[in-house]
Design a protein around this ligand. Structure first.
Ligand code: FAD
Length: 393
């Protein structure tokens, strides 16, 4: 049975980010295998993120903005990003860059196949791929399997839907100086729904319809919402769809296990969405995945095991739960909450809050600028369900 130092199950954002961090560290000579059932050549999603410092991926960003645009039926605003930049990476560029960096190294292997099972052993774990076994001293799992999807009724469980059209217009139609971060000018219909627009130049943009909802949508519902937004809000009639992307991901405030086995000495770790790296209240994951990958590598270097990483903040988990609770029960309120957040706070405070970096005192100041009632009600409900969690535990 082939034996590796690191088996990375799932070569998407989290798996490849971890592999890149490993080969940029003193662990660069260890053997790595990346297993994915997909060839990872398609531009299947577009990642945007903000940052106030250089990242490993700045060289492959396709566009950077220094202003954000926000809109709802009650008004619009433009926010200069000051020390931050908002950046976009096409996933195909990311996959190609990762392949290029990783395949130069003789001890990195790419295996095309489906991960059927992962079994933890004493000092390594076995991964079954296309019914054959490979062993890894450490296995990092970002694959989607049934156990990821279990619903625990004590927590919130929503779906985050993305449907994007990269469009080309006949006439100049976009202002490329600002990315539209949130545009709520679409009927909410019992869910939190918004658009974001990434204008690459005056005639090309990715227009993405995004919603948090408990229920699935029919394909024609996405299309109708997008056609209406383009026609009635952006006033664009003449366009061509050059590329499409879509995805539906589970969103929950249920804690995620990072050590994926009952053994205290388990050798399987969850990463990416599987490891709870998608921020529940925003759906952003890119920056969190990079920070997590860096922390895993540091833990391996210092302790010869990957689990000594920072725990998620209980305070920010509570805020996420409150926002999910409002999204679930009173989704129409979300647009006024985000409008107040950006209107009444500096961009540095908003982004450090969304990055979970702001202090408690800064949080108190920020919450004082938001409508209090929905948060007080949500806190009471979340508190009651947390009591149920303690009773059951
Ligand atoms: C359309 C879309 C747009 C998004 N935009 C943003 C954004 O702008 N900014 C942001 O921060 N986040 C965004 N996200 C959220 C998040 O960043 C992504 O979902 C991200 O790809 C999650 O990383 P991951 O590694 O956990 O999963 P993935 O990137 O999906 O990687 C998982 C990999 O595992 C493979 N796999 C799954 N099961 C198996 C199996 N059984 N065997 C073998 N291989 C398997 C898959 O083929 C895939 O390559 C977006 C998500 C979507 C769907």
């Amino acid at each position: 049975m082939p034996n590796y130092d690191f088996v990375i199950a799932g070569g998407g954002l989290a798996g490849l980010s971890l592999a890149i961090q490993l080969i940029n560290s003193p662990l660069r000579d260890r053997s790595i295998v990346i297993v994915d059932h997909d060839a990872k050549t398609r531009n299947d999603r577009t990642w945007s993120y903000w940052s106030d410092h250089p990242t490993l991926f700045d060289g492959i960003t396709c566009r950077t903005w220094d202003q954000l645009h926000l809109a709802s039926w009650t008004g619009e605003m433009r926010v200069p990003l000051r020390r931050y930049r908002y950046r976009t990476i096409r996933s195909s560029d990311f996959y190609e860059y990762a392949r290029h960096e990783l395949l130069q190294l003789p001890h990195v292997t790419w295996l095309r196949g489906k991960v059927d099972a992962i079994e933890d052993g004493g000092d390594s774990a076995r991964v079954s791929v296309n019914r054959e076994s490979i062993a890894g001293r450490w296995v990092f799992d970002s694959t989607y399997r049934q156990s990821n999807l279990l619903v625990d009724t004590r927590y919130h469980h929503l779906k985050l839907h993305f449907k994007g059209w990269e469009i080309e217009t006949a006439q100049p139609a976009f202002d490329p100086s600002a990315a539209t971060f949130l545009d709520f000018r679409t009927p909410q219909n019992g869910a939190t729904r918004f658009f974001y627009v990434l204008p690459f130049d005056e005639r090309h943009a990715l227009v993405e319809y995004t919603l948090f909802s408990a229920l699935p949508l029919l394909p024609r519902e996405y299309e109708q919402a997008m056609q209406t937004y383009l026609r009635e809000v952006l006033k664009i009639d003449d366009y061509h769809i050059a590329r499409q992307e879509s995805g539906v991901i589970p969103i929950t405030d249920r804690p995620y296990l990072r050590r994926l086995s009952k053994r205290p000495d388990g050798h399987v770790m969850s990463i990416g969405m599987r490891g709870g790296r998608i921020k529940p209240s925003t759906g952003f994951a890119f920056t969190r995945v990079q920070a997590d990958s860096a922390a895993i590598v540091q833990s391996l270097l210092k302790h010869d095991q990957p689990f000594d990483i920072p725990e998620d903040s209980a305070r920010y988990r509570l805020y996420d739960s409150m926002l999910l609770d409002i999204m679930e029960r009173e989704p129409e309120r979300i647009q006024s909450i985000f409008a107040a957040l950006f209107k009444r706070n500096s961009i540095e405070h908003v982004l450090s809050f969304l990055d979970e970096q702001a202090s408690l005192a800064q949080n108190v100041h920020l919450f004082a600028t938001l409508p209090p009632l929905p948060f007080l009600q949500a806190m009471a409900r979340v508190g009651r369900s947390r009591e149920r969690v303690v009773e059951v535990a």
